[in-house]
Design a protein around this ligand. Structure first.
Ligand code: FDA
Length: 282
């Protein structure tokens, strides 16, 4: 039970919106912005998908009421993408309307490759009506170069990450060095033509590549930001913020933390060792 509690808290800001607000205030206080995420995915029950969208709508109001420097991030399978595209479109449109009225940015996270095309098609539709929203591109996927081209053309904001989902070699680079090389290529495209790119990584080499590309195209600090995950590489988060770079911390909260935390464990075997060490410590 103790292990479970510790594991639950390792990468999330808490179970409730109150706990999340506290965490955001702390981060805002040290010069970092956030993107709040209500944990959950693969919801196949309509009522639950509607309820989750309602929770996001009230979260947006909370951001406004507490004057937090925060966006929100949503997952489409949490909003009913597994039910139908039209249902998901309508459900998320309610969040986007509220966000638009409060002038808060909404990011659509990218999930596994079976959802990539549908996610992008929905984002294209929403963006025509609600320009204050963007999405995520995963360097792991072969298709991403074409997608970045299209998103840049449409002036849709991109958060670039490596990709957290286990993908087959038919759609994604199996080797880490190829994912990294693609990340560097996509960073270059985003720094050249993207609208306020979000460079989401904890990898010092990718961060360096982003800074080099920004310099190459004369893109100054106000026109891009770095993004990292809550609880991961806090030293680098602080260092970049202190150097005056935009640092946005992806801050998830809620009770459905298991799949999210398992993805975080898979990214780094030391995390498993860290958690087990804590378990045997006392
Ligand atoms: P990499 O995995 O190579 O790690 C580089 C170094 O960073 C490691 O050596 C370690 O020091 C540190 N590190 C990385 N992960 C760690 C962890 N979990 N715990 C401790 N240290 C760690 N993915 C996705 O598919 N869809 C999405 O929408 C998003 N959204 C997203 C938002 C933000 C803000 C971030 C930072 C990341 C995502 N991701 C994501 C996850 C992303 O795809 C990727 O899985 C992780 O960021 C890890 O990749 P890195 O770029 O950090 O490199």
């Amino acid at each position: 039970m103790r292990l479970l509690t510790f594991f639950a808290k390792r990468f999330v800001a808490g179970e409730t919106a109150e706990e999340a607000v506290k965490a955001v205030k702390k981060l805002n206080g040290i010069g970092m912005s956030t993107s709040l995420d209500i944990l959950g995915e693969n919801v196949t029950n309509q009522e639950m998908a509607i309820k989750t969208a309602d929770n996001y709508i009230s979260l947006l109001q909370t951001i406004k009421d507490h004057a937090l420097d925060s966006h929100v991030s949503i997952k489409l399978t949490q909003m009913g993408l597994d039910i139908s595209d039209d249902f998901c479109y309508d459900n998320v449109s309610r969040i986007l309307e509220k966000a638009d009225s409060l002038n808060i940015f909404v990011r659509v996270d990218m999930e596994g490759s079976p959802y990539t095309e549908r996610t992008l098609q929905l984002v294209y539709r929403w963006h025509e009506k609600f320009p204050k929203m963007g999405t995520v591109i995963q360097a792991a996927l072969y298709r991403s170069e074409k997608d970045v081209e299209e998103l840049n053309k449409r002036k849709i904001r991109v958060r670039l990450c490596k990709g957290a989902y286990k993908e087959p070699s038919s759609v994604a680079f199996p080797k880490k060095e190829d994912v990294n090389a693609n990340y560097v290529k996509l960073v270059d495209m985003l720094m050249k033509d993207g609208d306020f790119p979000g460079i989401a990584t904890h990898d010092g080499v990718m961060i360096r590549a982003a800074l080099d590309a920004a310099e190459k195209y004369g893109r100054t600090k106000e026109f891009f930001e770095f993004q990292m995950l809550f609880g991961v590489n806090r030293a680098a988060q602080r260092e970049l913020a202190e150097q005056g770079y935009g640092m946005r911390v992806y801050t998830p909260f809620g009770t459905h933390w298991l799949p999210y935390n398992l993805r975080r464990l898979r990214e780094r075997k030391e995390n498993v060792i860290f958690i087990l060490k804590h378990f045997f410590k006392d």
